[in-house]
Design a binder for this molecule. Structure first.
Ligand code: ATP
Ligand code: MG
Length: 287
């Protein structure tokens, strides 16, 4: 394998974590979606959550974003406890935490520009000119300046997802949550979204990313957390999870995804047609 080694330790551990999830439990009726889960996100880190379907990854993001009340434990965001049942607390949290979903959830009746500008205009009360200037700058950043006047339906899935990322960034969040942002996309547009996310990470954005893109987790993640049946079964730097794990369940999950300790991007790089389908090329991803 060529290129720099994946990360071996956390960044920013000296200061207080931006997000501290402390032994949370979340139940839906008799089903325990999360049990005694703890997780720390430091400023500037990219933390990737992986694990089988139904293991609680989305639930964890929803709890962090004050969309779910807890049945035990607590969550601290920027040092303050998150109270999902208190509208004021929930609003404050969501203003500082951007969330990007699998299915974009753009407003279909608004142009791309308005989709991005509407948060700053209505929530942050920027005047329309300022909100639209901010929106245009963000559309440029995600490579969609030429789509400002289009409606979402006229865009590819990858383009819509980049608009959704710009929309979340327009609120100038301190933390970005991504829930499988590429899993609803056609394969040919996955790379453009991952590239935008990689660029954000390089700028120092703090990110929690639920993903099935193991190359992304290995190369961009600073820390990887493995979920199974509502619990964290292992966490560590990518090198530990993807190369030296001794946890049988982690191995099983990775091999189920076709991961055998070697990046598929390394293979893709040697096959031009595959590499072309995956614009997040190896050089770009290495850091
Ligand atoms: N609103 C809900 N009501 C009832 N059960 C729920 C609800 N949301 C999630 N669950 C259940 O909680 C468990 C964890 O779900 P969650 O969506 O967090 O898993 P996940 O790891 O994100 O899975 P996937 O990879 O399929 O997205 C699952 O058993 C799911 O069916
Ligand atoms: Mg999910």
């Amino acid at each position: 394998m060529t290129g720099p080694e994946p990360k071996q330790r956390r960044v920013g551990g000296a200061s207080a974590p931006i997000l501290a999830i402390e032994r949370i439990t979340k139940r839906y009726g008799t089903l325990t979606a999360l049990e005694d889960v703890s997780l720390t996100v430091n400023r500037g880190e990219v933390v990737c959550l992986i694990g089988p379907s139904g293991s609680g990854k989305s639930t964890l993001l929803r709890c962090a974003n004050a969309l779910e009340t807890l049945d035990g434990g607590r969550i601290l965001f920027e040092g303050r406890e998150v109270h999902a049942s208190d509208p004021k607390s929930a609003r404050a949290v969501r203003q500082r935490m951007g969330m990007v979903f699998q299915n974009f959830e753009l407003f279909p009746h608004l142009t791309v520009l308005r989709n991005v500008a509407i948060g700053p205009a209505t929530v942050l009360r920027l005047d329309r000119g300022a909100a639209e200037r901010r929106a245009r700058a963000l559309l440029a950043k995600v490579g969609l300046s030429d789509k400002a006047a289009a409606h979402p339906a006229a865009l590819s899935g990858g383009q819509q997802q980049r608009v959704a990322i710009a929309r979340a960034l327009a609120m100038e969040p301190a933390l970005m949550l991504f829930d499988e942002p590429t899993s609803a996309l056609d394969p040919e547009t996955v790379g453009e979204v991952l590239s935008v996310m990689k660029a954000l990470a390089d700028e120092g954005m703090t990110m929690v990313v639920v993903t099935h893109e193991m190359d992304f987790a290995r190369r961009v993640g600073d820390w990887v957390v493995v979920f199974d049946k509502g619990r964290v079964i292992e966490e560590g730097p990518p090198k530990q999870i993807f190369e030296t794990t001794t946890v049988a369940r982690t191995r099983e999950f990775l091999s189920h995804l076709g991961w055998h300790g070697e990046s598929t991007l390394d293979t893709a790089a040697s096959s031009s047609s595959e590499a072309a389908q995956h614009p997040i090329d190896k050089e770009e991803v290495d850091r």
